[in-house]
Design a protein around this ligand. Structure first.
Ligand code: NCD
Length: 309
């Protein structure tokens, strides 16, 4: 079955995932060349429609498209006719009338990207919708893990933090389970989704329960903008059970890695001093590597969707 859109991880089968990983290896090699560009998508136009603030995901798609020689149109909702009362679908149709070949969409509402993709006739990639899904982040995370361990066998991963509000956690858990990883979560009970059985993960109440045993410690960002009420007593209380400080960092299993989708709230999820040690600890701290791999994964996805037409 060919893929038309990338909206949610559960639409991808294992074979497609492995194909994406394989071509990411190739595109990463392109990015390491002196001339970081291939003509694969010359003449194609990718439109970035980001209704929510984003630095890394939007620029990552933009660089990825440009490295493939596609043209890129960045749509900034605040300056558009949306302010004049045009509906989002009308705005999108106007942009598509300018003959875009693929749209990357991010929106604060879960399900918005699927709705748009059902109503337009070009491929759509989900750049993150509400609390629902962030498939390209999950794929770049998987690639980062695969690249480090050179295998996907017997990986134990702990996802730590604000599960309730995280689309990254939702997509990561689905993808990692599909690849056979053992996935644990570490999350305060107030930030747990009501129906954890959907994920089928074992939840722990402190990062200390997983820090010495897991191959990957994946810290989530505290999604303050999505928390409409205070869901834990204080930052100090959060730090006590859920944050990565220097002494916990030192306890991490030999050969294990630390990941975070960015942007990091320094001192909340991770002690700022750990982030400042990244350059000397590239084998362990993979946060910048995730950003680099994001470009290669997105090249692979753009190429996959646009070359099968
Ligand atoms: C994530 C997002 O926006 O969902 N960030 C990202 O894409 N790099 C994670 C987050 O904001 O916490």
């Amino acid at each position: 079955m060919e893929l038309r859109n990338i909206i949610s991880i559960d639409e991808l089968n294992k074979e497609q995932i492995l194909k994406i990983i394989e071509s990411t290896i190739y595109f990463k090699e392109v990015l390491e060349r002196d001339l970081k560009k291939v003509p694969a998508l010359r003449g194609k136009t990718v439109v970035n429609l980001f209704y929510e603030p984003s630095t890394r995901t939007r620029t990552s798609f933009e660089i990825a498209a440009k490295r493939l020689s596609a043209d890129v149109l960045n749509f900034a909702p605040s300056t558009s006719s949306l302010k004049k009362g045009e509906t989002e679908l009308d705005t999108i149709k106007t942009i598509l009338a300018m003959k875009a070949d693929l749209a990357v969409i991010r929106h604060k509402d879960s399900g918005f990207v699927k709705y748009i993709s059902d109503n337009i006739n070009i491929p759509v990639i989900n750049g993150g919708d509400g609390r629902h899904s962030h498939p390209t982040q999950a794929l770049l995370d998987l690639f980062t893990i695969y690249e480090h361990f050179k295998s996907m066998d017997k990986i134990e991963i702990a996802i730590v933090g604000d599960m309730l509000n995280s689309r990254v956690a939702r997509s990561d858990i689905l993808l990692f389970k599909q690849m056979g990883f053992s996935v644990f979560t570490v999350c305060p009970s107030m930030l747990l989704p009501e129906d954890m059985s959907y994920f089928g993960t074992e939840n722990f109440n402190s990062i200390d329960d997983v820090i010495e045993r897991c191959d990957v410690i994946y810290m989530l960002r505290m999604q303050f903008e999505r928390q409409n009420r205070k869901l834990y007593p204080s930052v100090r209380e959060y730090n006590r059970f859920f944050s990565l400080d220097i002494s916990r960092f030192k306890k991490m299993k030999k050969g294990s890695i630390l990941m975070h989708p960015g942007p990091v709230n320094r001192g909340i999820e991770i002690d700022g001093r750990i982030l400042d040690m990244e350059e000397e600890n590239m084998e362990r701290i993979k946060i910048s590597e995730q950003v680099s791999n994001g470009v290669a994964v997105r090249m692979s996805l753009l190429h996959y969707l646009l070359s099968q037409q």
